[in-house]
Design a protein around this ligand. Structure first.
Ligand SMILES: Nc1ccccc1C(=O)C[C@H](N)C(=O)O
Length: 384
């Protein structure tokens, strides 16, 4: 597939935005469609709490397992069966919250649907700002992966899933230097949900107040820039990378995901891109709590992705990213189970041009580009 792109770094589009519009673009709660910003953030905590309580009450688990000596370097493991088995696929989940909010104790979103399918879920804590720095968070996540590989050497694959800031941290693992840690983790898939891959714009928003990122810190921690700069594909894992973004994420979040995917493809990574219909930045992760969610069905459709079997193009395999026996025909439901009776207006911001600047806590009334289809199913291909 020919992947269109900007080629060597052109002037970044976000640099043309006013300070106010940049702030808007990087404030996901201002783009929500069915509830107010505040209500959304409350519901996000509530649903995360609820999913975690349920997971802890219903699943065999190992809680607060230290993966390092540092404060808060802990993870929770939820098993699909009665025993803490080892020969399982493990999905490591990294929560969102702009590297400054959220915790593992309210982020067991994926436990229900994945354990039901025989996948162990590991919710990883990392030291958020202002106490922790981005460099430390990346190092912690690296060490959590190393820890899991060493604790479960017979695992049937480690899969990294991250939401928002967590997708950034997961993406940084594509560039990790595992030799330094004396182990090659059995990484089989990356599942990046509404992430940020170029941190430079963040430096110019109020989100940076607790992060205190300098432009240099931002560049050093931007997988987008690091992969663009790499002349050849880093010798990272040869498994599948799925980049997803919510239809109602902001145009900048769409641009970030699309460009990261394009950069991966240019670097010959086995990557695919999926815009999830009818969900905003928060609903996209709530949908992971649903057994029949769009995303778990996307999970179904990914290639078995044995590391080393570097697939280029073609249709998805019949087995899921988590080793499920999936259907051969890969249909992704585009119905959002969380959509309430109040349907949002047809709106699919795809680029900055189609999104007139807006302020405040709502994006209602934004430009309509007519591209939103809200129902039905469609086939998903590894490359389109
Ligand atoms: N709590 C979150 C959880 C996940 C992802 C983002 C957030 C945010 O709070 C982002 C930002 N503070 C916002 O108001 O949109």
């Amino acid at each position: 597939m020919e992947v269109p792109g900007r080629g060597p770094r052109a002037e970044a589009p976000w640099k043309q935005l006013s300070a106010e519009e940049l702030e808007n673009q990087y404030c996901p709660s201002r783009w929500v469609i069915r509830r107010g910003a505040e209500e959304t953030l409350k519901m996000y905590s509530h649903l995360g709490d609820k999913a975690t309580k349920k997971a802890r009450a219903t699943r065999k688990s190992l809680l607060h397992v230290p993966y390092g000596d540092g404060d808060g370097e802990k993870l929770d493991i939820y098993f699909p069966g009665e025993v803490a088995a080892e020969a399982l696929p493990f999905c490591l989940f990294l929560h969102g919250g702009y590297w400054q909010s959220g915790s593992k104790d309210m982020s067991a979103f994926m436990v229900d649907p994945l354990t039901a399918r025989g996948v162990a879920v590991v919710v990883v804590a990392y030291g958020i700002a202002p106490k922790g720095t981005l460099d430390q968070m990346v190092d912690q996540v690296t060490r959590s992966v190393v820890f899991m590989q060493k604790k479960y050497p017979c695992n049937e694959g480690l899969y990294l899933c991250g939401h928002s800031a967590g997708a950034h941290l997961a993406a940084m693992m594509l560039l990790a230097n595992w030799t330094k840690h004396g182990v090659t983790p059995n990484l089989k898939g990356f599942f990046l949900v509404s992430g940020i891959y170029d941190l430079e714009p963040i430096v110019h928003t109020t989100q940076n107040a607790p992060l205190l990122l300098t432009p240099e810190d931002a560049r050093r921690n931007s997988p987008q820039l690091l992969l663009e700069a790499a002349l050849t594909r880093p010798s990272g894992p040869a498994c599948h990378v799925l980049v997803t973004v919510g239809q109602h994420d902001s145009p900048e979040f769409h641009r970030q995901s699309r460009e990261f995917f394009q950069t991966l493809r240019r670097g010959e990574w086995d990557a695919s891109f999926e815009e999830i219909r009818d969900v905003d930045h928060f609903e996209i992760i709530w949908s992971l709590t649903q057994q029949d969610s769009v995303l778990t069905q996307v999970g179904h459709s990914l290639s078995p992705g044995e590391c080393g079997s570097h697939r280029r193009g073609g249709r998805w395999g019949a087995e899921g990213i988590f080793g499920f026996q999936g259907a051969g025909v890969l249909m992704v439901g585009t119905e959002n189970p969380l959509a309430s009776a109040t349907s949002p207006p047809e709106r699919a911001p795809r680029d900055l041009q189609s999104a007139p600047g807006h302020t405040g806590g709502s994006c209602l009334g934004l430009g309509v580009d007519g591209a939103g289809h809200r129902s039905g199913t469609r086939k998903v291909f590894a490359c389109e």
